[in-house]
Design a protein around this ligand. Structure first.
Ligand code: NAD
Ligand code: LMR
Length: 342
């Protein structure tokens, strides 16, 4: 189903720069946390998008140089920089999509939940500004712990009276990107064709790849299922340990966030065949938020694809039951934080 992968798009775009001129750039995108490890390469990838007319870069420091640098690329979008809370409102006015990678990353030995105390407050403050200045925008939350920061964002938007569940997304695309890469490597498949749905949440065992639903269909031994599932669930930790204190995934995350953004922009542009996995308000399980494949349209989530949860293998069904316990706690922690702060 996922015929229009970001990889394919990027490949096609690199074939001829005249493609850039054939698509009308019309969407405004803001990146909050744009001077960071994810923010900078993400801004570069977004600057390459033929669908973006305006790219607003916001951070608490160091964003002026990033914007000056990027603005010399001869692609359509106009780049503007915004520094500090007094410039945040102007950054957000009229924006179609807000991408939020602001916040601290993990160091070895930490869980994503260990980032809660700092990042919860950052996300809350930024979402308040989003609610006040661009309540109709798609909101893409990258800041960890996603399993809690998305519920925080939902509560803040509710408090402001502007919550639209169809437009709030926790970005889990990196889990799909990793699953596709690892599966293609293991099974010697053509990488660009591989699509593995990943459901649940975005932390450890809450990340559940549905290997049985891999496209094109592939068979796995029990050992392969176990090894691949563990590697996908611990992909973030693999990078954190390799970076040895210098942060977590930034380049692969920027790639994944750019793919999810491009899909959102294509949906906004009227493409009726756009599917991505994301952590959204959901009724596919008893939990209020859950990551699964969603169909994207002009108004955000058009449908949450519940059929992926049918016909699970015993291994996947067990993984689903176990993950729900942890995910429920993380969601409740986020909701409690936002309600206490109100
Ligand atoms: P980083 O420290 O390199 O960059 C974070 C940026 O956020 C910095 O430039 C910082 O100045 C900025 N920032 C801090 N407070 C801010 C505020 N109040 N307003 C605006 N900007 C603010 O970190 P990074 O490696 O870019 O990671 C950012 C976040 O993304 C982390 O929480 C990390 O865990 C998360 N992450 C999520 C995924 C995912 O799959 N969802 C993947 C990788 C990283
Ligand atoms: C990832 O999956 O790479 C991110 O969530 C960052 C992390 O802390 O692992």
């Amino acid at each position: 189903v996922l015929r229009h992968s970001f990889a394919r798009k990027a490949h096609n775009l690199s074939q001829t720069s005249s493609n850039v001129l054939q698509v009308k750039a019309s969407f405004k995108v803001a990146i909050l946390g744009a001077a960071g490890g994810i923010g900078q390469p993400l801004a570069l990838l977004v600057k390459m998008s033929p669908l973006v007319s305006d790219l607003h870069l916001y951070d608490i420091a160091n964003v002026k140089g990033v914007a000056a640098d990027l603005s010399h690329c001869n692609t359509p979008s106009q780049v503007r920089d915004f520094t500090g809370s007094e410039e945040l409102a102007n950054c957000l006015k009229g924006v179609d999509v807000v991408v939020i990678p602001a916040g601290v990353p993990r160091k070895p030995g930490m869980t994503r939940d260990d980032l809660f105390n700092i990042n919860a407050g950052i996300v809350k403050t930024l979402i308040e500004a989003v609610a006040d200045n661009c309540p109709d925008a798609f909101i893409h939350i990258i800041s960890n712990p996603v399993n809690s920061t998305v519920p925080i964002a939902a509560e803040v938007l509710k408090q402001k009276g502007v919550y639209n569940p169809k437009k709030l997304f926790g970005v889990t695309t990196l889990d799909v990107v990793r699953a596709n890469t690892f599966v293609a490597q293991k099974k010697n498949l053509k990488l660009i064709d591989v699509d593995v749905p990943v459901i649940g949440g975005h932390a450890g065992i809450t990340i559940l790849p549905l290997l049985s639903k891999t496209k094109p269909s592939a068979t796995f031994t029990d050992q392969e299922v176990n090894d691949l599932t563990n590697r996908i669930q611990n992909g973030g930790t693999e990078v954190v340990e390799a970076k040895a204190g210098a942060g977590s995934a930034t380049l692969s995350m920027a790639y994944a966030a750019a793919r999810f953004l491009e899909s959102s922009l294509r949906a906004l542009d009227g493409d009726s065949d756009v599917y991505e996995c994301a952590f959204v308000q959901s009724e596919v399980t008893e939990l209020p938020f859950f990551a699964s494949r969603v169909k994207l349209g002009k108004k955000g989530v058009e449908a949450v694809i519940s059929s992926d949860l049918e016909g699970l293998t015993e291994y996947e069904a067990k993984g689903l039951e176990v993950l729900k316990v942890e995910l429920k706690g993380s969601i409740e922690k986020g909701v409690a934080f936002a309600q206490k702060q109100a």
